[in-house]
Design a protein around this ligand. Structure first.
Ligand code: SF4
Ligand code: SF4
Length: 155
C-alpha cells in the first residue's frame, strides 16, 4: 500500500487521516532487524542507563525519559507490529525520538545496547514517512501520550 505524501508534524495539534507506507517502514526496519531485535530482547530493564541520561536526570527522573522506555515505546512497537503502525502512533514516536532524546550518546548500558542507534533508527522511520517534529514551535512542545490527545506542555 502506497503512503500518501502528507507531511505531519508532531505538534500539528490534529491527527492526520492518511495512513503510512508500512511496507516501506518494514523494509527499513528489516535492514537492522537482527541487532535491533537482539537489543530489545536482551534489555534486562535494569534501568542502569537512566542515570547516564542527562535528560532523564533533568526531568526529575520521569520514567518516560528513561532510555529503555524510549526505545521500548518506539522500536519495540515498530518491530512487534512489523511496521504496521498508524500515523498517530508514529507521531508519538516522533515526539519521543526528537524531544526526549538528543542522540548525545552519553547513555551507558552494561550489556552493550546502543540506545542512540536505536533512537536514530526511529527518526529515520519517521522521516521516511514525513512525520517530523515542528522545531518552529519551540515555545511549548505539544505532547501526545499514547492514546491521548495533544496537550500543551512546558516541556
Ligand atoms: S538498555 Fe541496558 S542499562 Fe538500560 S535498562 Fe536495558 S539492559 Fe539495563
Ligand atoms: S542519547 Fe538520548 S537516551 Fe542516551 S543519554 Fe543522550 S538523550 Fe539520553
Amino acid at each position: 500500500m502506497a503512503g500518501k505524501e502528507t507531511k505531519t508534524t508532531a505538534t500539528s495539534g490534529e491527527s492526520i487521516a492518511a495512513d503510512i507506507n508500512s511496507a516501506a517502514v518494514w523494509a527499513l526496519l528489516e535492514k537492522y532487524r537482527f541487532e535491533m531485535r537482539m537489543a530489545l530482547r536482551v534489555c534486562a530493564h535494569c534501568g542502569l542507563c537512566a542515570e547516564s541520561c542527562f535528560l532523564y536526570m533533568a526531568r526529575d527522573r520521569k520514567p518516560e525519559y528513561m532510555p529503555s522506555h524510549k526505545f521500548i515505546n518506539t522500536l519495540g512497537i515498530l518491530y512487534r507490529k512489523k511496521g504496521r503502525v498508524r500515523r498517530k502512533e508514529l507521531e508519538s514516536m516522533c515526539h519521543i525520538a526528537w524531544r526526549r532524546c538528543v542522540l548525545c550518546t552519553r547513555c551507558y548500558c552494561p550489556l552493550g545496547i546502543n540506545i542512540p542507534e536505536m533512537i536514530a533508527l526511529v527518526r529515520r522511520v519517521c522521516r521516511s514517512q514525513n512525520v517530523l517534529p515542528d522545531f518552529e514551535n519551540t515555545s511549548g512542545w505539544e505532547k501526545r501520550s499514547h492514546g491521548q490527545s495533544y496537550t500543551k506542555t512546558a516541556e
